[in-house]
Design a protein around this ligand. Structure first.
Ligand code: FES
Ligand SMILES: [Fe+2]
Length: 444
């Protein structure tokens, strides 16, 4: 993008809730930020605790526990005897071992340390395995009743696994007070007919502050500059940059920003919805006719570690044979891994700057086109004060890093899958070229 391009983009109209000036001077900006920080809160109902999409259904296989962390708390999901999903704290209530290295046998979670097994409701089903009759004391019944898994509510909807995360796992799921309806998470509620699309899914891990990743995904401006050469869309590159009219609305369940072409006959360029605490939906065009839609779910694994599930819904290339033949899935993965690698260094250094307090010290200036980002931070800061999720299971430099060490599975933090994907592209290309050559040689 040339300087003209940047200037043009800066001429974004701030829309219905905004001032009429094209760029905001530092003085005005400071006043506005002060004024907003004095507002009691914002209109969004959900805070940082609540429903999170954690993974895809196909991550949960029978007999295979799925391990992850939420705000530093180690958790495990598995299917019980009745094939219901269970999300339990990764802590055996006998002597506190993790279930890593354990198994799911006949729908019961089995601890690797002494073999305790746990029923669907979380009770130990083989106390005799971990007790010796001759040392059972008077208090035995009391003791046995305390051997119980700690759980969170876990649901499967539309190929996503969700948990209702409060930071306080309970022995009885009925003790949770669920304030948000899970049906709000159905993708069909977001204005598009999901049946008309096919999707590819990519999962990515970052060693950085999860809140900064959300900020990145709400930011249109960087798409042109950082990803302009990577995103295969003629509308998004460093040279083709236009200015838009931006309209932002804040409602009970979402913040939404529409970027419309100045020429009204061209319609919408992009629409972004932020659905707290962790979901973003990006539409290329208006929702009911968008050419493609991305659904991004952000998971705060631990301090400085986050996972994002990206689903890329498209109306084109729906034929399975053709997509397999053209290696569409692998090529899409390649683009996504590249896009997220491009963000990675920025996110890590931005995290550092934030942690050092540089970003808080008025060293940064949010501009008019950053209004979506500003609204997001308004929500984040008020939710952080209210819910304080990182204080529920705080860690410090003395904390053993075992869960951190095993949690980074995906690119860009762990490049293995990216390399495997590239190898698979080259291998399949070679096969596709060699087979016809071989056939011709045989015929000759
Ligand atoms: S710690 Fe799990 S069975 Fe003993
Ligand atoms: Fe990005």
């Amino acid at each position: 993008m040339n300087d003209d391009g940047i200037a043009q983009f800066n001429k974004v109209n701030l829309g219905s809730e905004s001032t009429s000036s094209n760029t905001i001077s530092e003085v005005t900006d400071k006043k506005r930020l002060n004024k907003q920080s004095q507002k009691p809160s914002n209109q969004l109902k959900n805070g940082l605790l609540g429903w999170y999409a954690i993974c895809s259904s196909n991550n949960i296989k029978n007999e295979r526990p799925y391990f992850f962390t939420m705000y530093n708390e180690p958790l495990v999901i598995y299917k019980d005897k009745e094939l219901n999903l269970r999300c339990v704290k990764d802590l055996c209530p006998h002597r506190g071992a993790s279930f890593i290295g354990g198994e799911v046998i006949d729908g019961e979670l089995v601890c690797p340390y002494h073999g305790a097994r746990y029923s669907s409701t979380g009770e130990c089903t083989n106390l005799s395995r971990i007790t010796c009759n001759h040392i059972v004391d008077d208090n035995y019944d009391n003791y046995a009743s305390k051997i119980h898994l700690y759980q969170y509510i876990c649901k499967e909807i539309g190929d996503y696994i969700y948990i209702y995360y409060t930071g306080k796992a309970k022995t009885n799921l009925n003790d949770f007070n669920v304030e948000d309806n899970i049906n709000n998470r159905l993708l069909n509620n977001y204005g598009f007919d999901i049946g008309a699309y096919k999707y590819e899914e990519v999962v990515v891990d970052f060693k950085c502050d999860w809140a900064r990743i959300i900020e990145n995904h709400l930011d249109i401006l960087h798409l042109f500059w950082v990803h302009g050469d990577t995103i295969p869309d003629n509308d998004v590159n460093r040279d083709v940059i236009t200015s838009f009219n931006q309209e932002i609305t804040r409602e009970e369940n979402q913040i939404e920003s529409k970027y419309k072409y100045k020429d009204s006959s061209s319609g919408e360029f992009i629409r972004i919805k932020f659905l707290p605490p962790g979901r973003i939906v990006i539409y290329k065009g208006e929702p009911n006719e968008a050419r493609y839609i991305q659904v991004l779910d952000h998971i705060p694994l631990s301090k400085n570690q986050a996972r994002v599930i990206v689903r890329h819904y498209r109306k084109f290339m729906k034929n399975k044979f053709l997509t397999d033949l053209l290696l569409f899935r692998q090529l899409q993965h390649r683009v996504f891994y590249k896009v997220f690698s491009e963000d990675y260094m920025i996110l890590r250094t931005q995290t550092y700057n934030n942690q050092m307090g540089f970003i808080e010290k008025d060293n940064v200036k949010l501009l008019g086109e950053d209004k979506m980002v500003q609204y997001y931070w308004d929500w984040f800061k008020s939710s952080e004060t209210k819910d304080d999720p990182w204080e529920l299971h705080p860690t410090d430099f003395n904390t053993n890093t075992v869960h951190e060490d095993i949690s980074m599975l995906y690119p860009p933090a762990n490049p293995k899958l990216e390399k495997d994907n590239t190898k698979s592209i080259y291998l399949n290309l070679a096969i596709r070229i060699l087979i016809p050559i071989g056939l011709v040689l045989i015929i000759l």
